[in-house]
Design a protein around this ligand. Sequence first.
Ligand code: PMP
Length: 281
Amino acid sequence: RTVYLNGEFVPLDQARVPVMDRGFLFADGIYEVSAVLDGKLVDNAAHLARLDRSLGEIGIANPHDAAAWERLQADLVARNGLVEGLVYMQVTRGVMERDFGFPPAGTPTTVVMFTQAKKIVANPLAESGARVITVEDLRWKRRDIKSVALLAQVLAKQQAVEAGVAEAWMVEDGAVTEGSSSTAFIVTRDRTLITRPLSTALLPGITRASVLRLAGEADLRVEERLFTVAEALEAQEAFYTSASSFVMPVVEIDGTRLGDGVPGPLSRRLRALYLEVARGA
Ligand code: PMP
């Protein structure tokens, strides 16, 4: 595999970041992930806009404009012959002797990009439907920033792994905040699609935005509000969205089966609609 590191394309096993990198010492950095389908980037302008915003929110200068990022991404995708999968971008505040305050102005950021091959469309989990568990949300107050500080999500996902399920839905004051790496949705019996509104308390999911735009085509009303675990257990359907899973139907929450225990028709419809968008991009 070829990765990108600070201006160069290098073999993965030769790419090295210094011990004093602030990404390593403090998780002082931002990342972003775009899907690749048929060799083309999906929803990429929105991902690059979120990358720019995240960097701005923590005072890291974006090393590239969107056009330059996209050229680098396309180059990396081509070098790796990636047809379907993910492109990760990561920018840290660079290298400096360990000290909490920012490095002096002009300190170069560390920029890394790598690809991961992944079957997103022909994912067997999308056919069977995903099982999820709920876990406590242990995160900080600026979840709108796509920070590489992901310890709470690591611990949440590991609970899911140990429970033998696909995803952990994080819960705060009885309400579902987000999946550990996805946006959570439910569909009620009267064809209302519910997901929480954007704020600093959640990541503004790019797939979320696309799915909300497509809801009308699936004849769904949209209600942006928090929903509780109890509501989710009573829901007609549920699913989660992300660049790495698109629209993933949920068939079980905390061991309770939803509906018939198979992916519901509205989740499947939204997945199909999103696939059309992704392919057409
Ligand atoms: N919420 C969280 C906490 C995430 O980590 C992700 C995936 N990066 C998402 C939502 C989904 O965002 P997107 O659709 O932009 O991949």
